[in-house]
Design a protein around this ligand. Sequence first.
Ligand SMILES: [Cu+2]
Length: 190
Amino acid sequence: MSDETPALHETPGARLADRIERRWATVVILIMAVFVVVAAFAGIHQATMPQARVETINPTRLHLGGEFVETNLGSAVEPDGAVTVRAIGQQYSFTPECIVVPTDSLITFRVASADVVHGFLIEGTNINAMLVPGYVSTIEARFDKPGDHLMPCQEFCGAGHEGMWARVKVIDKASFFKMAAEQRRLTCVE
Ligand SMILES: [Cu+2]
C-alpha cells in the first residue's frame, strides 16, 4: 500500500458506514432485549398460550367425573372469595352458554375442550386462549364495568364453527355475591 492511498477502512465513506452499522447493531440489540423482557414477563405471569404451567386432563372423560362434570360448570365463589369459572368447549357450543361474572373481582377461567381445538375469546377484552384437547386453559381476568360480551369460538373447529359462541354477562359485585350465596354454581343460561 503506498503512502498516498489510505487503507480502505480509513476512507471517510468507510468510517461513515462503520458508524451507521454500529448504530443499527445497537438498535437490534435493544429490540432483542425488549422481546426477551416481554417473553419473560408473559411467562412469569402465565400469560402465554400454551401456558407455562401444564395441566392435563382426559378430554374423553370430562363429562363423567372430576372438575368438569356438568353440575360443576359455571361460576363459583371459592372459600377465599375469589371467583372461578369452569366451562367446556365442544363441537359446536360452549357449556354453559352464558357465563355470569362479577365486576371488580379476580376471576379465574378454567376451560377445557371435549373434542377438537377450539378458541376461547371474550370480545372487548384481551382474553384469548386456545382450548387444546387434553389441557386445561387457565386465564385470570378482572372486569371493571357491567356489560355483555360475546364469546365466539376463534379457532376453526369444523363445519359448525361459525355457530359456536357463548355470552359473558358482567354484573355488579353485590348482586353476584348475593346470587352466589343461594346457589353453588351460577350461570345466566335461561
Ligand atoms: Cu369451536
